[in-house]
Design a protein around this ligand. Sequence first.
Ligand code: GLU
Length: 307
Amino acid sequence: MNIEDIVGEVATAVEPHRGEGKVADYIPALACIDPMKFGIAVATPDGGCHAAGDAHEGFSVQSISKVFTLSLALENVGDALWQRVGREPSGTSFNSIVQLEKENGIPRNPLINAGAIVVTDHLIDGNDADAAIDWLLRVLRDHAEDASIDFDAEVARSESETGARNRSLAWFMKSFGNLENDVETVLSAYFRHCALRLSCAQLARAALFLAFDGKDPVTGERILTPQRCRRINAIMMSCGHYDNSGDFAFRIGLPGKSGVGGGILVVAPGEGTVAVWSPGLNEAGTSKVGALALEALVERTGWSVFG
Ligand code: GLU
């Protein structure tokens, strides 16, 4: 069966589940999203996009952006990044503060909020928050071959207004000397990258290099070294879904990253990338129907890295 047919089958298979899960409401601007939305897009190395449902509608990618900021920060500071953030699964929720005190302000990994805030600090480096966001947008538009990609200012503002927990994490790390820039500067970039709006099709395309050893198979552009690419995939596999990462690896067997906007990005090494979107979440903030769709896709394609 070809991938186009499989994507159609997957969309049909999850149809009875549409609307399941709970839409994130702790960011008010996300609370009003229609829970019935569902999209899926698979990007393949020949430049193909195989899509179904609402795959061309933009949504708030939220923490999926952490994969791209990690890739840029590694380019900026290299392995020095690992002195300020770990690479172990946290086994805690995305915005947990409990481990930070015992572990001297060093977050467990770059995909929990605390870790992503440190990564954002590295992206800013000597520049300002606007320059960091401009850089990220330039890179994403380039990878996705789509100049229309942008962030949603309303979502960023809404998250900032209700961002007490992320502010606490940032100030706590600052007290340990693990944030170089001003807390509000770092958070203004963090809230904006979380508020990036991409469709499933744009997201899968932008991440395609992660499935091909760091090189975009369509343009031939090298984006990351093969080693860094492997390592990002390893972190996505072990930490991409917070305290749901083990279950996600068990069920789907692919490196992935969830976002509380209901998107999930997964990387099928040597095959392609898949982005799904369905706003209802499970308790760990992973899209419920999105994960079901990925399970159905992997079952039909055999793309799990475990065979
Ligand atoms: N912007 C969200 C937050 O910081 C990201 C969480 C997520 O998508 O998992 O709370």
